[in-house]
Design a protein around this ligand. Structure first.
Ligand code: DQA
Length: 169
């Protein structure tokens, strides 16, 4: 299983950026902890950081062809503004889990709303760098459900099947 971690804007400055809010660990230190966390669980962890909204969108779009099983994303400040990232997440089948170092719901009204979270499977917020680890656990469960569905024997039918959810019908 391959999980892609996407760190959004200004997370490259972790360690020196508001350490009272985001902690003292640098991004390379956190990434190394996440890779070790993955290794212990037989999960390949790929990490990337970008300050650019379009690059985040490109990474999300490329996830199926890159054989990414699930994405853990910290969209940084784009969390609160980016309909474009939310749309990109909705556009791919890859399960996405949103994470935040800080508890965005305890930091005032301007951060309490996540535009991107509604497109994600769920959100982990407020556990420092361990939010990513909890996010990896959740993403792995989404990519590889805990219980596999039992396959039912196919019903014999001469009628053509139609897709119920096809909006063009
Ligand atoms: C953050 C929270 C955001 O509000 C902020 O803009 C960030 C970091 C977090 O990890 O706590 O850049 O996503």
């Amino acid at each position: 299983m391959r999980i892609l971690i996407i760190h959004g804007p200004s997370l490259n400055l972790l360690g020196t950026r508001e350490p009272d809010v985001y902690g003292h660990r640098t991004l390379p230190e956190i990434d190394e902890l996440l890779r070790a966390y993955g290794r212990a669980r037989d999960i390949e962890i790929a990490t990337c950081q970008t300050n650019h909204e379009g690059t985040i969108i490109d990474l999300i779009h490329a996830s199926p062809e890159q054989k990414v099983s699930a994405i853990v994303i910290n969209p940084g400040a784009y969390t609160h503004t980016s309909m474009a990232i939310a749309d990109a997440i909705r556009a791919v089948p890859t399960p996405v889990v949103e994470v935040h170092l800080s508890n965005i719901f305890a930091r005032g009204p301007e951060r309490a709303r996540s535009v991107t979270a509604s497109a994600c499977r769920g959100i982990v917020s407020g556990f420092g760098y361990e939010s990513y680890m909890i996010g990896i656990d959740a993403a792995a469960r989404m990519a590889r459900p805990a219980r596999a569905k039992r396959s039912r024997p196919a019903k014999k039918s001469s009628r053509r099947r139609t897709k119920k959810s096809d909006p063009d019908r």
